[in-house]
Design a protein around this ligand. Sequence first.
Ligand code: FE2
Ligand code: FE2
Length: 258
Amino acid sequence: MEVREWCQRILSADTLEEKLLDPEELSDLNPGPPLIWKEPVRPAGLGFQRRTRKEKLPPLCDHRHTDKRAICLHRFAGHELLAVEMMAHALLAFPNAPTNFRKGLIHTLKEEQEHVKLYCNRLKEMGVSFGDHPLYRHFWNHTPYIRSPLHYISVMSLTLEMANLDFAPLYGASFEKHGDIKSSELMATILNDEIRHVRFGWRWLQHYKKEELSTWQTWLQSLPPYLSPKRAVGFQLNEEPRIKAGVSTEWIEQLRLA
Ligand SMILES: [Fe+2]
Ligand SMILES: [Fe+2]
């Protein structure tokens, strides 16, 4: 199957199986002309809902309750599905991106599909189905501003995925503290993968950076108007996973001050 067809199928899928389609053979010989996908089709029960006050995640102290932990995991599963769709969107929108960029992005998309599966499996063990809680559009709202591979890595890899370098270990530690080792191990797996996804963005940031600008300035200038640099950090900045992802200490310091 061609990557173009795969991504179109993901974005127009009305079943979760099709969203998570992982073809045995995938080729990228004919990426075709740029294709801008306005809105992903969603399977019944997984549609975007309006944000309400209920949107706030349960506080860490509530993690002693299984149903509250499940609400968190459900939200994270929703983020992963959005990541799948935004990566499919980028592959369709940037057919002329360098081959290695597309290869890396294809690999990352597959890992996001795996993340959705991991969360869904864990939720099932907790008696919850994907779709039992509301799902939101949030990350997708930034896609109209993602007009180049540089925009893509700035928004996805270096902001949304980077923030997960703080959130994943925070929630993982809290789940462990409340005796939920399985969910804690799941967060550790996610963290490891996200470190690689951030590394992908960091590497391509060096490639796309203009000579007269620093990597920091390049990133800032590539963010959509409503995405603050603060969104690249969780409640607390975790230096270690960023270092593992190859991010420079100088950049991390600038992020800390932002
Ligand atoms: Fe992920
Ligand atoms: Fe990721």
